[in-house]
Design a protein around this ligand. Structure first.
Ligand code: HBI
Length: 369
């Protein structure tokens, strides 16, 4: 535990302003961590793209908005693509602002999955910490993350062990999980609701598999999330004749959790090494058990048979079998797991321990553990 007030600069993702939904899970992570760190008494300066807005204010929080063109998302680029910096890009402008104010702060926490902030770690006096928010989606990102893990092992952290396994790290990874504001999620004990699915509507999220389950069981599937890939969504709609999918859109947390809480189960069908699985934790916070492919982060959040079921990846029969047995899971277990492991308070405490390691461990170059 750090028993002094830290002045921290948090730098958001450059792919969209906070609240646009384009940042996916990392938006929720940033907002939750700001609340958690403020509840621990730290001062926060958030540097984010123009248009970013938070649903709360605090005298411990300053927001600096930077104008510029969104960075292309690595999810829409090939693994072998070079780093692209569009003209008038917001990314270098975000980091010029960091460098301008760095000497008044104790540390920087970067949430962008981008090459520039990682490379800057080697050049800046202030310590830059990186919470890596995805699996290895690009070769050049994998290289720079591996290099930083060798030079500054205590300044990298991951959401889950499985996510970190995507990277060739030189030292044991620091795992901080994730966390969400307990005030935002109400426990719903209703066991007989519909099936739900939530996430960015894009191929790597595997929505079609969950629709197959609903179709087989002859019921609808409630779907929440930003429709990022329109033709993908259309293809799913055209595959199934009758109205199986009920599109609910990308809702603010308070509406999302109220509707999600009514589901008897959330089905989670990642087709990529999901770094964490925010929606899984949000479901559990509402008492909704989760049926998920045992791939990436979800496999570390779900304790099979306790707060949900784990299914072999791409095994739709397994999803159907688990859906039929979901009443075996006590909904209270899901809420208890959330309160113990994934509120923004426990997340902020794990991040505080991470910062403590990075700020206070004397790492001499000949340091041999
Ligand atoms: N791509 N270039 C880039 N930068 C990011 O910060 C980024 C991204 N793609 C996806 C993404 N962030 C987040 O949606 C996930 O990390 C959660």
């Amino acid at each position: 535990m750090i028993n002094k007030q830290l002045k921290l600069i948090l730098v958001s993702t450059p792919i969209g302003y906070l609240g646009s939904g384009k940042g996916g899970g990392v938006e929720l992570t940033i907002v939750s961590l700001i609340k958690g760190l403020i509840s621990l008494g730290h001062k926060i300066i958030l540097i984010a793209p123009k248009g970013s807005k938070l649903s709360f204010e605090s005298e411990l929080l300053e927001i600096r908005l930077i104008d510029g063109i969104d960075q292309p998302s690595w999810q829409h680029q090939k693994k072998t693509d070079p780093v692209l910096i569009p003209s008038n890009s917001v990314l270098p402008k975000l980091w010029e602002d960091v460098i301008d104010i760095a000497n008044e702060s104790d540390a920087v926490i970067n949430f962008a999955y981008d090459w520039l902030p990682l490379w800057l770690t080697k050049t800046q006096a202030i310590k830059i910490f990186h919470l890596i928010s995805m699996g290895a989606e690009s070769i050049i990102m994998k290289e720079i993350i591996s290099e930083i893990s060798e030079l500054f092992p205590f300044q990298l952290a991951f959401h889950t062990k499985r996510q970190s396994k995507d990277y060739s790290l030189k030292t044991d990874p620091i795992i901080v999980g994730n966390g969400f504001d307990i005030q935002n999620y109400l426990f719903n004990e209703n066991e007989n609701g519909p099936l739900g699915w939530a996430g960015r509507i894009a191929p790597e999220k595997g929505l079609e598999d969950a629709v197959q389950v609903a179709n087989y069981l002859g019921e609808k599937l409630l779907v929440w999330g930003l429709i990022e890939d329109k033709e993908y969504a259309l293809k799913i709609e055209n595959t199934f004749k009758k109205e199986i999918v009920e599109w609910r859109g990308f809702l603010p947390t308070n509406q999302f959790q109220e509707q999600l809480g009514r589901c008897r189960a959330l089905i989670n069908t990642p087709k990529w090494n999901e770094a964490y699985g925010n929606v899984i934790v949000e479901a559990m916070a509402c008492g909704v058990p989760v049926i998920a492919y045992d791939l990436g982060g979800p496999g570390e959040l779900i304790e099979d048979g306790f707060n949900g079921f784990l299914v072999k990846p791409n095994d739709i029969g397994g999803l159907i079998k688990a859906t039929k047995s979901i009443s075996e899971i006590k909904r209270k277990n899901c809420r208890d797991w959330f309160e113990k492991k994934a509120t923004n308070k426990v997340f902020a405490e794990r991040v505080e321990n991470w910062l403590d390691k990075g700020l206070n461990k004397k790492i001499s170059t000949d340091f041999q553990d």
